[in-house]
Structures are given as structure tokens and as C-alpha cells.
Design a protein around this ligand. Structure first.
Ligand code: NDP
Length: 683
């Protein structure tokens, strides 16, 4: 029997004990043994904190993003192998797609975010600079650096691949090394993917480690700077969070636990409406995908009281059509639970639900290519709670399988009140085409939900569904759901980053952030900054232009060229009660005239105008005013941007336009694509 090796301190190490036997949940056959006995966890943590941290934190955000992309491509090529293993966990092809390719998708999304939005430096300047003093000699900003420690990632058994990759996408991008601890029952699938990640050679040494089996006493060695990300039951989560090593060492702890998510059918969504059908389909999918073993699955079906019978009948009819059995058979739509232990646990929860509510559907049917004795199959089960404000069991007990409870409500107020009875959920959905109903319910239930998904005929085709967490949106929930946050685009990185306020003079802040700060020393020279290649441009390189006196003709001409005949530029009789004394020059004219003053016309290293950011106009410019421009190299972004295959980078320039009284009338940041000199040297 294959013993899963652990990957620690850069080696594959086999446990020295008997370990835990892992089983195929479809036919009960033995698959592998997970064993961590003899592993020196303290050493593994130290290896991450030293070697892993050094290697990852010295890379730039941009390079780490590229690393994620390479890895996702590498794994994608090998996906067939993972699907074959995934069937053994009871997952159908669709279930496996969500787990496997959903995981790769998270890597792709984060690499895209890094490319578009993160700097090519190992630190990240967060937010704008604050001008703290009157004369601008004392400024403040924030920088984010990878937390100096290791991240222990404890995952649940239901998503052996996605669970690992969604956490790694943010920790790796943030530059923090990780120790992955999959849930033991399905760790053989995580192991297969992890093995390839190591074999790829894409990650630096120490970036990731893996333990398959018990975490032993590892968490006792957690230190300041380390973090734990936990997905699983609330009871385990709370126990781990309160361990002295975690509570007393300020170890960051993110928890994603049980969640009694709900779905609300709108008062408007009567049988015959598209919303009614969408609701039935959504609930059926959420009950049966992954055999209901999804942290986001719908556990509470909240329905207008006059539609209970209709929903019950339609849902039962729909569930009857879900073929259960061996996931390798093409006809199968629902596979098995992850194992016998999970089956036992769900059965116990079902018995608890039975104490207060009525089991109205127990869709036991013949299995395809499998049997109930050797596999961990469970048919979908539907309960009915006739008094959801009195019978609390449906709001308290999470049966982590194909189990859900229908309950009635009267109005939007009641629907939201029931939704909130879950005491904190990852997601709640509302299926309705009545905007007023949706707005009222969602406002009221938002405080207890991490995500609200609204489905109706307008978005049905493109919507990703109630149960799908998305990398660009927050995944997590308050209260019972653990109070954690994962993903959510770049926000997901903050958990792994130390935020530090930096205060100092403009020159000091420029030196630290590598971004020119207004008021810092400018470097003037005879060479026009636009005559410099990307490598030659230095932060602070500046140009003071000649002056240009704006005339009435400029304003009239610009109105004609642009077709912008706004009264303030064209009608001097209409200015009473406005902020202008005379017809004012267009803001866009000032920017265009500024460009006319600062560009170097002759063909050179600057390839193209790449964009404009944060343009502000502070004072009006009238005919007769003279403007002068200061152009200063503010930031260089070396992200391998290619303009028609010409190696180049992006330079951000601070444009300050002043009038004849030296008052700033306009500030903007313009972006140019600048060719690299290295291409010519290589020729
Ligand atoms: P557990 O909380 O028992 O396990 C979750 C993870 O924690 C597993 O990796 C487990 O490892 C690990 N773990 C358990 N004890 C320790 C410890 N002392 N130190 C370190 N790690 C530990 O949950 P289960 O997986 O057994 O699932 C039980 C219930 O949790 C489900 O029935 C469901 O209600 C809920 N659940 C919620 C999920 C969600 O996403 N919200 C997902 C899955 C489950 P090991 O497997 O080795 O014990």
C-alpha cells in the first residue's frame, strides 16, 4: 500500500508509524496510508521561516504572479491524472472540475491581478501619500511587506485541490512560505497535485511544504509572524484558535467553518416564472454537487408560505432525476460522500434534524455501478420545518451532505430574519425579479452574510451560481462561518502582509518607496527625459518647460475641435453665480497644452502614450494666463510590457502645471511606454 510521503525541509519524508488508512469512497478499496509520525514539525516551521521566507520575500510581486501562472499552466497539462484520482473521493466529473480546474483558475486570476495591479518590487506601497505638514516637508504613506513567518494551511476534505490552491494563491503572491495540511481522508489527491508542483521546479526552495496525516504538535511551535488558515468544523477551529501558542503569540488566524447558508425564493417568483425554475435548479444543484459537501451549499430553503407545496413538489421531481452512483459512469450526476466516517457524521446530524423537523423526501434509489454497502453513498434528503421561528434545529445543525430543509416565510422582513438565524453564513441567495424585494431583504441580511447572490432571468445565463466563491470577491462569513476572509482580489493578500506607516520628508519617502513624492528634489539636466531609454530614466528626472500664454482663440478653437461647448468655455454672459469670472479654458485643453509643452517631438525611446491617472484641476485658467509645466519621472514599472514586440517598460510621470503666479492649476500622472535600451545592445 502506497504510503504518502510528506514534503518537509526540501525532502520527501515517510512517516515512521502505522498511519491512517485512506479509502476509495466509491468501492471501499484501500488507496493509500497517511502518516506523519516522526516528522520534526518544529524543524519544518523553521525551514519555512528561514529558507522559504528568504527565497519568496526577495522576489517581486510581479515575479510571484508570473510564478503562479507558470504553475497553473504546468498543472493544467497534467489534469487528466488528477481527475482519475478525484473519482476515488466520490466526486463526479463536474465536482472534480470545480475542485481541480477551479483551483488552477484561482492561480490564473491572481497572476492576472499581479500583472495589472501589483508592483515589480518585493514591497507594495499601499494607498496615497498623506501630506501631514502645511509646507509639504513631512509626508506619510504605508508600505506592505510579507509577514516574516510561515503560514500553516489546514484544509477540509471536500476540496482537496481547490482548498490548497485558493490559499496558496494569496500566500505565495504575498511572498509568505506555506505548510499545507490537507484533511487526511482525501489527502492522496492533494498529494498528487503537490508532488507535481515540486517536480515542476517552478517554486523556490522552502516555498511550500506538505504534511499528509495528523498535524501532531505542529501548532504548539507557532510564533509571532506566523499565520494559520483553517477550513473545517467550528469546534476544531475554535480549539486551535485558542491554543496558547496561537493566542499568546499574535499568530494571525483565519477561520472558515460550518455555515447554514440559505436561499430565498422571492414573493414574486410563482410557478411559471423563470425565477421559480431557476430556484428549483439552483437548490437541486447545491444539494447534489459534491454530494452536498460544500461549505457554501444551500442548507435552508426559505420559501413564501403560499408556495411551499409547489416548491416541495417541483424540487422532489427534480431530485428524483439525479442519478446517483459510480462517478466514473457518464450517467452519474451525484457521487459519494468522502468516506464512511463522513457518512456516519452526516447520519447523526440527520437524526438530530428529525427530532424537530419532518423528513419529507428520502430519495433512495438504485445506484449506478455501485452499492450502498461498500461505497459511502447517501441519497438526497429534504426536511420541512413548519415553524422556523420556533424550531431552531434547522438553523443550528449542519448536515454536511445532500441535506436541506424547506421553511415558510410571510414577507421580506421574515425572509431576512430567517436568513439571519444562521448566525453568520458564507453565502445567502435571493431568487427574484422584484428589485424592491431584493433590495429590502439583502440590506437586512447583509450583516450576517459574507456574500449575497441574486439570481433572476437577467443574469441566469452568465451567473456562476450560489455555491461558487470567486477569486476576485470575498470568501468567508461572519459569526458561525468563522469570521474569516479569503481571496477577495488583492484584499486577500493583506492577511499575509505587514502594513507599516512610513513618515518622513519627500526625499526620504521617495528613497524608500521608489516613487517620486511631490516636493522631493528634482533632477534637471540638458537631456530631455523623453530622450532616455527605460533603463536610463531615473526617479526624479525632471523637465521645466517654456511658458505658454493661453488666449481667447485657444479656448474658442478647443471648443470647436473637441465639440465641447460647455457654457463656462463659450458664454461669458452666463457666468453669474458660477465659480468663474471669465470664460475658462477647458481642463482637457490644459492637459493637451501641457503635453504640447513637455513632449519631445523627435522620434525616440518613448513609444506611446499609455494612459492618464489622477488628473485634478485646482484653479481656473483664463485667457491671458501663462502656464508652465514640470514633468518628473515618478515611477517605473518593469513588467515586460511589449508594444509590438519592442521590449519596453512603463514610466509614470508627474505633471504639474503652474500659472504665472506659481500656483498649481493642474496635477496629473501620465504613463508612457518607453523602449528598453537592452534590445539594441543585444543586436
Ligand atoms: P475537522 O474540523 O475535524 O477537520 C478540518 C481540518 O482540521 C482537517 O484538515 C483536520 O485534519 C484538521 N485538524 C483536526 N484537528 C486538528 C488539530 N488538532 N490540529 C491541526 N489540524 C487539525 O472537520 P472535518 O473535516 O472532519 O469535517 C467535520 C465538519 O466540518 C463537517 O461535517 C462540516 O460540518 C464541517 N466542514 C466545513 C467546511 C467548510 O468549508 N466550512 C468544510 C468541511 C467540513 P485531519 O483530517 O487529519 O483530522
Amino acid at each position: 500500500m502506497q504510503k504518502l510521503k510528506n514534503y518537509i525541509y526540501n525532502q520527501w519524508v515517510e512517516g515512521t508509524g502505522e498511519g491512517n488508512q485512506l479509502y476509495n469512497s466509491v468501492n471501499g478499496e484501500k488507496v493509500a496510508i497517511a502518516d506523519t509520525e516522526g516528522i520534526n514539525f518544529e524543524q519544518a516551521l523553521d525551514f519555512g521561516r528561514t529558507v522559504g521566507y528568504k527565497n519568496l520575500s526577495s522576489m517581486t510581486f510581479y515575479d510571484r504572479g508570473e510564478m503562479l501562472k507558470k504553475m497553473a499552466l504546468y498543472l493544467l497539462e497534467r489534469k487528466k491524472k488528477y481527475y482519475e484520482i478525484s473519482y476515488k473521493t466520490g466526486a463526479t466529473h463536474t465536482d472534480s472540475w470545480v475542485d481541480i480546474e477551479g483551483g488552477f483558475g484561482t492561480f490564473f486570476t491572481y497572476s492576472g491581478l499581479a500583472k495589472r495591479m501589483l508592483p515589480n518590487t518585493p514591497f507594495w506601497v499601499d494607498g496615497d501619500t498623506q501630506k501631514i505638514s502645511a509646507n509639504g516637508t513631512f509626508l506619510g504613506t504605508h508600505i506592505l511587506t510579507p509577514s516574516e513567518g510561515v503560514s500553516v494551511q489546514i484544509n477540509a476534505y471536500n476540496f482537496p485541490v481547490w482548498g490548497m490552491l485558493e490559499k496558496l494563491s494569496t500566500s505565495l503572491l504575498a511572498g509568505v512560505p506555506s505548510i499545507v495540511k490537507p484533511a487526511t481522508p482525501t489527502s492522496y489527491l492533494t498529494h498528487a497535485v503537490f508532488e507535481d508542483m515540486i517536480a515542476s521546479g517552478i517554486l523556490p526552495e522552502g516555498a511550500i511544504q506538505l504534511i499528509c496525516g495528523s498535524a501532531g504538535n505542529m501548532l504548539e511551535f507557532m510564533k509571532d509572524g506566523d499565520s494559520v488558515l483553517f477550513t473545517g468544523s467550528a469546534s476544531t477551529g475554535k480549539k486551535l484558535k485558542s491554543m496558547p501558542s496561537i493566542a499568546q503569540n499574535s499568530v494571525r488566524f483565519n477561520m472558515e467553518a460550518d455555515s447554514l447558508n440559505c436561499s430565498i425564493l422571492g414573493l414574486d417568483a410563482k410557478p411559471g416564472t423563470p425565477e421559480f425554475d431557476l430556484f428549483i435548479k439552483e437548490v437541486r444543484n447545491e444539494m447534489t454537487t459534491k454530494s452536498g459537501q460544500k461549505c457554501t451549499a444551500i442548507r435552508r430553503i426559505i420559501v413564501p408560505e403560499n408556495l411551499i407545496g409547489d416548491v416541495q413538489n417541483a424540487l422532489i421531481k427534480s431530485l428524483d432525476q439525479v442519478k446517483i452512483g459510480n462517478p466514473l459512469n457518464r450517467e452519474t450526476r451525484m457521487g459519494a460522500l468522502a468516506g464512511k466516517d463522513q457518512f456516519k457524521e452526516v447520519s447523526e446530524k440527520i437524526n438530530l434534524l428529525k427530532t424537530e423537523t419532518e423528513l419529507i423526501y428520502d430519495g433512495k434509489q438504485d445506484l449506478i455501478d455501485a452499492n450502498y454497502e461498500s461505497g459511502s453513498f447517501m441519497s438526497p434528503k429534504l426536511f420541512y420545518n413548519d415553524q422556523p421561528f420556533n424550531k431552531n434545529i434547522s438553523h443550528d445543525v449542519e448536515a454536511f451532505g445532500p441535506v436541506s430543509t424547506i421553511m415558510p416565510y410571510k414577507d421580506a422582513e421574515e425572509a431576512a430574519a430567517l436568513a439571519k438565524r444562521g448566525k453568520g453564513s458564507l453565502v445567502g441567495s435571493i431568487i427574484s425579479h422584484d428589485e424592491k424585494f431584493v433590495a429590502e431583504t439583502s440590506w437586512k441580511m447583509a450583516t450576517t452574510h459574507g456574500r449575497i447572490f441574486v439570481l433572476n432571468r437577467d443574469n441566469a445565463k452568465e451567473s456562476t451560481g450560489h455555491g461558487s466563491p470567486l477569486p476576485t470577491l470575498m470568501h468567508g462569513g461572519p459569526g458561525r462561518a468563522g469570521g474569516g476572509e479569503e481571496m477577495g482580489g488583492l484584499n486577500g493578500l493583506h492577511f499575509f502582509l505587514q502594513k507599516t506607516a512610513i513618515q518622513g520628508s519627500p526625499d526620504i519617502l521617495t528613497a524608500i518607496t521608489k516613487i517620486y513624492q511631490q516636493g522631493a528634489t528634482q533632477k534637471f539636466s540638458d537631456k530631455h527625459p523623453f530622450r532616455k531609454y527605460f533603463e536610463e530614466v531615473e526617479i526624479g528626472d525632471s523637465l521645466e518647460t517654456a511658458g505658454r500664454t493661453v488666449t481667447e482663440a485657444d479656448i474658442v478653437n478647443f471648443s470647436n475641435v473637441s465639440w465641447d461647448h460647455f457654457y463656462a468655455h463659450t458664454d461669458s454672459t452666463s457666468l453669474n453665480g458660477t465659480i468663474f469670472d471669465k470664460t475658462v479654458a477647458h481642463g482637457y485643453f490644459i492637459l493637451s497644452a501641457a503635453a504640447g509643452l513637455f513632449v519631445s517631438g523627435k522620434k525616440g525611446p518613448v513609444i506611446a502614450n499609455y494612459g492618464l491617472e489622477n488628473a485634478s484641476f485646482f484653479k481656473p485658467v483664463y485667457a491671458g494666463d501663462t502656464i508652465t509645466v514640470y514633468l518628473t519621472a515618478k515611477e517605473k514599472i518593469n513588467k515586460g510590457v511589449k508594444g509590438r514586440n519592442i521590449p519596453s517598460g512603463v514610466v509614470k510621470w508627474l505633471v504639474e502645471v503652474v500659472n504665472q503666479r506659481d500656483e498649481i492649476v493642474c496635477v496629473a500622472t501620465i504613463l508612457t511606454l518607453v523602449a528598453k535600451k537592452s534590445q539594441f545592445l543585444e543586436l
